[in-house]
Design a protein around this ligand. Structure first.
Ligand code: FAD
Length: 452
């Protein structure tokens, strides 16, 4: 492998670690949701962890690694789902969590160091009257750099779309893997090549994201006799321009029993909608729910809930937390990521929910793409074999449903409707010609050379 002792000596003064247990632990993310990725990735580990405290230290690591041809894999909170921060070729794991300070908030745009935890960033913005437009359900552990480089969808999507929408991600400072490394300040569309490219196109040291005025969100849980009225309610809510909202997820009746803090409140056999709305819209929400036969079964202050480690904010049952809530009790499941058509959305959901109901437990989230509203889904899937999983994927695709496959390692194979427009490959050829940044994650890239 690499001469790690010499590299560590060269990086003296930077926080480093070589403890084997820590290397193994920090080289993992939540890839084990996928039995297919688990087989491929178990045992992969970095050889050295470097935890820079500022951009100058990032540049020192990149300079030394470039000279020695040592791969560098960036890590934020390590909550990615597809082995995104698992080093496939050893080398250095660049832990960004010591670079977490807000830099500035001006004209509703916050600039922040990339290793900031999203919950801390959101609270900092809230104290100034603003909040993040979007966050993943892992907000309490994920970093803003990891959300830009690896995630991009989640809570807020019902109103603001995803991080690929123009105006949701404004810019980044990016350290390159060139000789010598450069620092690029990218704004607007020029920043697209670092958006959801898994840290293969540069190390994000700072991020700029536009904000939205803060609201005192309420978490509301609504039970329905069946999945169909719950979904009709959700779609109508999504289209209600008069109701300020942050989230609406719908769960078929198999799922609520796995939601520890809510299971007792949801009648057996009921489907569930979990929503976040502004307090001023609670009356309108109650009316809409009642029109669809829904009964409010639980309600809480969403902002207080996420600050209390003993309480589960409802978004931690939504997005990809649904799968986690089931996995806590049943390790025999996995999941898919889908997007339903904009027209006849519910018809498409039912076209796959009904025939696969024993194996696929439907969970949808209302979301906007390109100004149009639809549902995406992270259904929980009973795992049997890889062949069966791919049969289910094919059946979904045949019904016109987009699949962003979470059982593959590369950006190209996994992104589908989540792919950000822009020339990421051309940008990587410039910023990382030797292919040392998170090697193996951008399928179409081939390095200029691989050895010193
Ligand atoms: C229970 C659960 C629920 C989830 N829910 C959501 C959801 O709602 N929405 C969503 O989008 N995702 C979701 N995810 C996936 C993941 O939590 C998010 O994408 C999260 O934002 C990743 O942030 P992180 O700091 O943990 O990144 P990491 O996992 O550490 O890294 C993710 C990728 O970004 C790269 N990276 C990290 N920091 C930098 C940087 N500074 N510069 C360059 N590259 C960098 C890494 O190399 C890696 O490729 C979920 C995952 C789990 C396990």
């Amino acid at each position: 492998m690499h001469d790690i002792a010499a590299l560590a000596a060269e990086l003296a003064g930077i926080e480093l670690a070589t403890d084997r247990a820590l290397l193994r632990q920090k080289s993992r993310d939540f890839y084990w949701y996928s039995p297919i990725l688990k087989r491929q990735l178990d045992g992969k580990a970095a050889e050295l962890i470097a935890r820079p405290k500022d951009e100058a230290e990032v540049l020192r690591v990149l300079t030394a690694c470039h000279a020695r041809r040592v791969p560098v894999t960036v890590r934020g909170g390590g909550t990615g789902n597809y082995g995104q921060c698992v080093p496939l070729a050893g080398g250095v794991l660049l832990d960004m969590t010591a670079m977490a300070a807000p830099v500035a908030l001006m004209d509703g745009i916050v600039e922040v160091e990339a290793g900031a935890k999203m919950i801390d960033l959101d609270l900092w913005c809230r104290e100034r009257g603003w909040e993040l437009k979007l966050w993943p359900s892992t907000k309490r552990t994920a970093t803003i750099g990891g959300f830009v480089a690896g995630g991009g969808a989640g809570v807020g999507g019902i109103t603001h779309g995803t991080m690929r929408e123009r105006g949701n991600f404004w810019g980044a400072r990016v350290a390159t893997m060139q000789d010598p490394p450069r620092v690029l300040d990218l704004e607007g569309q020029a920043a697209n090549p670092v958006n959801r490219t898994y840290g293969t196109t540069g190390v994000l040291t700072r991020i700029k994201v536009p904000l939205t005025p803060a609201q005192d969100w309420r978490d509301v849980a609504i039970a329905f006799d069946d999945f169909v009225p719950a979904s009709r309610f959700a779609l109508e809510l999504a289209f209600c321009d008069g109701i300020p909202k942050k989230m609406c997820g719908v769960f078929d009746s198999q799922l609520p029993p796995f939601f520890k803090g809510l299971a007792d409140a949801v009648p057996q056999g009921a489907s569930l909608a979990l929503v976040m709305v502004a307090p001023a819209a609670l009356g309108a929400l109650r009316e809409l729910a009642a029109e669809h036969g829904g009964r409010i079964v639980a309600e809480q202050d969403a902002v207080a809930a996420e600050r209390d480690p003993e309480t589960t904010p409802f978004y931690e049952y939504c997005w990809n937390h649904t799968t986690l809530q089931v996995l806590k009790k049943d390790r025999g499941v996995t999941y898919l990521q889908c997007r339903f058509p904009f027209e006849d959305t519910l018809k498409a959901v039912e076209a796959v929910r009904i025939p696969f109901r024993d194996e696929v437990w439907m969970h949808t989230e209302c979301v906007r793409f390109g100004g149009r509203t639809t549902m995406s889904a992270l259904p929980v899937v009973r795992w049997t074999t890889q062949e069966r999983l791919y049969e289910i994927i094919s059946a979904f695709e045949a019904a016109g449903i987009g699949i962003a496959n979470p059982h593959v390692l590369t950006i190209e194979e996994g992104s589908n409707y989540r792919r950000v427009p822009g020339n990421q490959l051309g940008f990587k050829r410039m910023t990382d010609p030797l292919g040392l940044l998170n090697p193996g994650k951008m399928r179409d890239f081939s390095p200029l050379e691989t050895t010193a």
